[in-house]
Design a protein around this ligand. Structure first.
Ligand SMILES: Cc1cc2nc3c(=O)[nH]c(=O)nc-3n(C[C@H](O)[C@H](O)[C@H](O)COP(=O)(O)O)c2cc1C
Length: 195
């Protein structure tokens, strides 16, 4: 997956490349411009999943996300995420001025499943995930094991309005019994990759 994300290589990973994935945490980050990002957003969100994180060292939370968009708004490169009010992470994203979204090589799939099924209200998820945090100059959390990290500054926040939902979406929430999602649009400030 790392190779697919970073080099947009459609070939199968060789054994050597897979072995390189295991040392992902030892690689250096390279900053790229938004237009240099060579990733398929449908794969990133829907297939590979990403981790949304917010907070500061010692006071942060993170969760798996599968919903989101990358694009342009008000002439700025943006990333939009959707966080249910039921998520502990929502308290952090709401409170902080920034959030990060990170992607990982396939070998970390179990950690992503864990971060998407357990709440930080109940467990120390950072410890449970086995991930190692790093902090950007702005103090936002990213992870050594990741191969893509996007840091965003929040520029728009809005919770879905129940009265504007179609019946299909009303049913979606009723069946799950979770709070409506809050849309956070973040201006992309930095994108880092490990090649
Ligand atoms: C693949 C996957 C994708 C998910 N995508 C989202 C999402 O986009 N938005 C959301 O609110 N919850 C999403 N979730 C659910 C949260 O990750 C999950 O409820 C998590 O345990 C919340 O943790 P927290 O309470 O520590 O914030 C997803 C879960 C999985 C497994």
């Amino acid at each position: 997956m790392a190779v697919m994300l970073m080099a947009a290589c459609n070939q199968k990973q060789s054994v050597d490349e897979k072995m390189m994935d295991t040392t992902m945490e030892n690689k250096e980050w390279t900053e790229i411009k938004p237009e240099e990002l060579n990733a398929n957003v449908f794969d990133l969100m829907d297939k590979d999943w990403m981790i949304l994180s917010a907070g500061k060292e010692g006071d942060m939370n993170m969760m798996t996300i599968g919903w989101g968009q990358l694009g342009v708004l008000w002439n700025k490169p943006v990333l939009t995420v959707y966080v249910s009010t039921s998520r502990y992470t929502n308290e952090f994203v709401e409170r902080e001025g920034r959030f990060t979204v990170t992607a990982f090589p396939e070998q970390y799939r179990d950690a992503l499943k864990y971060l998407g099924s357990v709440s930080g209200r109940d467990e120390d998820k950072l410890k449970g995930s086995g991930f190692t945090t790093e902090f950007t100059e702005n103090g936002s959390p990213i992870y050594k094991e990741a191969n893509l990290a996007i840091e965003c500054k929040k520029i728009y926040t809005q919770q879905f309005d129940q009265s504007l939902l179609r019946d299909e979406q009303k049913d979606w929430y009723a069946q799950r019994g979770i709070g409506l999602h809050v849309m956070y649009i973040g201006e992309i400030e930095h994108i880092w990759v490990k090649e």
